[in-house]
Design a protein around this ligand. Structure first.
Ligand SMILES: NC(=O)C1=CN([C@@H]2O[C@H](COP(=O)(O)OP(=O)(O)OC[C@H]3O[C@@H](n4cnc5c(N)ncnc54)[C@H](OP(=O)(O)O)[C@@H]3O)[C@@H](O)[C@H]2O)C=CC1
Ligand SMILES: O=CCCC(=O)O
Length: 324
């Protein structure tokens, strides 16, 4: 298998590519030889940037809390003191921020990435935001002559560490082709979905399904226990049937033990449900299951569980039972 990625490094071989339009195989097959910026080194950003460094990319990092840059610097990353400095010193800059507010601030605020952008450069926002936010960021970036791609990811902490994310991209197709070797270092597949906003919408639809599934699973775990069944057996039964999902097998055993080691923070899942509800509202679609799930995540946040894994939503159900 031919390795792809940065010059001198490489991804881990064959990758799946899904595209609404033909993409340039020559840029896909070639490596990426420019400098790569990475803004936002949280649960997802740190392993993604780390994989780029390990693949041989010339990476420059920035994070609001500077100490989170240190492990990346130890791996060989350079550091710049602001998003604008990263953008001006790099050919392509990735951003992995918490929510719409932080994504806009880092891209468009004072000393934001847009200030360092220029023709020939690219900005790839991999944060989960709504389409309007993505379009706003895209407008700021492209007004400098630079190119913009939104590329939110499906897959959590472990897939980020293992370079097995799924990229849901939209925007500038030539930037998509240019950064494809980098996406292939960080992910196992990539979709190009057309205009800016389509990647954001796809990501919100996927995550609203996930958030509702987790609530339904939590209800099942609690009910099984209440009627005298072993919830561990429920997890095993589900894993062998038609509703088997990696998420249930992965999170079920620790949920039974009331342990919620954070892979996907609950506050981000609730943010995604909030944004999905607004998306549905924009086309007058009713999504009552998601609306009910959202209320439970909000209740979990008010119980102080915002930074726990989103599977901690089961604690909000337990609290409801106790307060009956
Ligand atoms: N965790 C997961 O499983 C997945 C998460 N996502 C999405 O990816 C994004 C990042 O998630 P994740 O890494 O888990 O989140 P984290 O909360 O771990 O990291 C959030 C990042 O955003 C930064 N940030 C927050 N607010 C600001 C601000 N006002 N200005 C500048 N930087 C800010 C944080 O900086 P600081 O370190 O200073 O706080 C940190 O770098 C989210 O949009 C999330 O929905 C997508 C797929 C999976
Ligand atoms: O946005 C978070 C998604 C988590 C996952 O896909 O497992």
């Amino acid at each position: 298998l031919r390795l792809r990625g940065c010059s001198g490094g490489g991804g881990r071989g064959a990758r799946l590519v899904f595209s609404c339009s033909a993409s340039s195989s020559s840029s896909r097959e070639g490596g990426f030889s420019g400098k790569v910026g990475f803004l936002g080194l949280g649960i997802m950003g740190a392993p993604m940037a780390s994989n780029l460094i390990k693949a041989g990319c010339d990476v420059t990092v920035w994070n609001r809390t500077k100490s989170k840059c240190d492990p990346l610097i130890s791996l060989g990353a350079k550091y710049e003191p602001s998003p604008a400095d990263v953008a001006s010193s790099c050919d392509v800059t990735f951003a992995m921020l918490a929510d719409p507010e932080s994504a806009v601030e880092v891209a468009c605020g004072a000393n934001g990435a847009a200030e360092g952008m220029a023709p020939g450069k690219g900005y790839v926002d991999v944060s989960t935001v709504d389409a309007a936010t993505s379009k706003l960021i895209g407008k700021h970036i492209t007004s400098t002559g630079a190119s913009f791609l939104e590329a939110p990811v499906s897959g959590s902490k472990k897939p980020a560490e293992d370079g097995l994310l799924i990229f849901l991209t939209a925007g500038d197709e030539s930037l998509y082709n240019r950064v494809a070797p980098l996406l292939d270092v960080m992910g196992k597949s990539r979709f190009f979905l057309g205009d800016v906003g389509n990647g954001a919408d796809m990501k919100l639809v996927v995550n609203m399904v996930m958030g509702s599934m987790m609530v339904s699973f939590s209800e099942g775990l609690l009910l099984s226990e209440k009627v005298g069944l072993d919830p561990n057996t429920l997890v095993e039964v589900i894993s062998q049937g038609a509703i088997s999902a990696p998420m249930f097998s992965l999170k079920g055993p620790s949920m039974v033990k009331a342990a919620y080691p954070t892979a996907f923070p609950l506050k981000h899942q609730q943010k995604d449900l909030r944004l999905a509800l607004a998306l549905a509202e924009s086309v007058s679609q009713s999504i009552p299951t998601v609306a009910a799930a959202n209320e439970l995540y909000k209740a979990a946040k008010s119980l102080g569980l915002a930074d726990q894994d989103f599977s901690a939503v089961i604690e909000a159900l337990k609290a409801k039972e106790q307060n009956k």
